[in-house]
Design a protein around this ligand. Structure first.
Ligand SMILES: *Cc1c(COP(=O)(O)O)cnc(C)c1O
Length: 393
């Protein structure tokens, strides 16, 4: 079984590039050039140096002792929360900004929902001195004032998307329109393993540093490079794909992806895509998405902005359909409790996204000595207001 992208840009039944004709030249340029650029030795050295000296990699693999005692297995945390800007997203934006430079692009555009990807993009644009325009729904701009301020301070222009529900999908439409109008000088940095081919593969390769490091760190710490389980939360699926990547072909490693069940699977307020979704096309690729009987995309809900997405990347859809990955979901409440638990057991306040993956530990049965790696995708600073409200702090 092949779990990686094929010549046509597909993962089994999923993937491809479903784009308006006007966008074809941009996506085609990227498709033809991305792999040669990534494989170039000079690119590789620059990427590695920035990940080390700017992002702070390798991120530690930490054996959480008190959590391990509680669950009766060795629970390791892959500490993406310790990266510069506080999450895994910077791995991808560093890769893409270097790629944009190699393509000769002078201007960067991005879409953002809660602002995390917008901040990671504005950060690398400041780092390399490139013009940056971030599209963001008008509603999200009001909800996410601190991240809007960060982007502005970093020198980015934040443009409000004022159509539709004025949220992420409308911001994505605006970014696409911009790219169509500026095909020569502009690169569009997508923030997860979604979008038309080659984005899902390109972003997965940049994030694969997570499992690459984990393998070496496990070997050093346990004498075995393969764990029994790896877990990660899934919005679009980039931290999960980074965590899975170098374990996918080792079928003894169980891959567990955790989606947001919101207020509950049947509540109408959820983002549990594999449970509720059907096959269809979203944001340029064929995947699984939440839709009504007549194919309208359903508005998702999750307490964590990063998981509030109605689809998943095409490679995840393939891992789900083939049974290679287990796709589970966790409610808002379960995630918040898991966030509190990690804080009080280990002194680490996780992003609520990451807390979804931690919460799934409660539902698992381990054998003594099992090695389990949880991707701690981000830190909880940005979520303090939500934690404060929920726990009356
Ligand atoms: C954006 C985000 C996610 C979700 O995105 P993926 O592409 O699914 O990884 C998860 N955790 C954190 C901390 C995020 O900022």
């Amino acid at each position: 079984m092949n779990y990686f992208v094929d010549e046509r840009g597909y993962y089994g039944d999923f993937g491809g590039a479903y784009i308006p004709e006007m966008l074809y030249p941009n996506v085609e340029e990227l498709r033809q050039k991305y792999q040669a650029i990534i494989d170039d030795e000079q690119f590789h050295q620059e990427f590695k140096a920035l990940l080390k000296d700017y992002v702070g990699r390798p991120s530690p693999l930490y054996l959480a002792k008190r959590l391990s005692d509680k669950y009766g297995a060795n629970i390791f945390l892959k500490r993406e929360d310790l990266n510069h800007t506080g999450a895994h997203k910077i791995n991808n934006t560093i890769g893409q900004i270097l790629l944009a430079e190699k393509l000769g692009k002078k201007r960067i555009i991005a879409e953002t929902g809660a602002g995390q990807h917008g901040v990671a993009t504005a950060t690398v644009c400041a780092l390399r001195g490139l013009e940056c325009v971030v599209y963001m729904g008008e509603v999200d701009i009001k909800r996410q004032a601190p991240n809007v301020a960060r982007m502005k301070m970093l020198g980015a222009k934040v443009v409000a998307a004022t159509s539709g529900s004025k949220t992420l999908k409308d911001a994505t439409n605006e970014a696409m329109r911009d790219w169509i109008s500026n095909p020569v000088d502009t690169h569009y940095i997508i923030g997860s393993v979604v979008g038309p081919h080659p984005y899902p593969d390109m972003v997965a390769q940049f994030q694969s540093i997570i499992s690459f490091e984990t393998k070496n760190q496990l070997l050093e710490q346990t004498g075995k490079s393969l764990p029994d389980y790896v877990l990660a939360c899934v919005g679009g699926g980039s931290n999960a794909m980074g965590m899975f990547y170098h374990f996918i072909d080792d079928e003894t490693v169980k891959l567990i992806a955790v989606e947001a069940a919101g207020k509950g699977i049947d509540s109408g307020f959820s983002a549990a895509t594999t449970t509720l979704g059907k096959e269809g096309v979203l944001h340029g690729s064929r995947s699984i998405l939440m839709q009504t009987a007549d194919g309208q995309v359903v508005e998702p809900h999750s307490v964590s902005a990063g998981l509030d997405y109605p689809g998943i990347g095409p490679q995840h859809a393939h891992l789900f359909k083939t049974g290679r990955g287990l796709y589970a979901s966790i409610t808002d409440e379960e995630a918040l409790q898991a966030g509190l638990l990690l804080t009080q057991y280990e002194g680490i306040i996780p992003a609520i996204e990451s807390a979804h993956a931690l919460a799934y530990l409660e539902k698992m049965q381990f054998k003594a000595g099992d090695n389990v790696v949880v991707c701690l995708s981000g830190r909880g600073d940005k979520d303090m207001e939500t934690y404060m409200k929920y726990f009356n702090l």
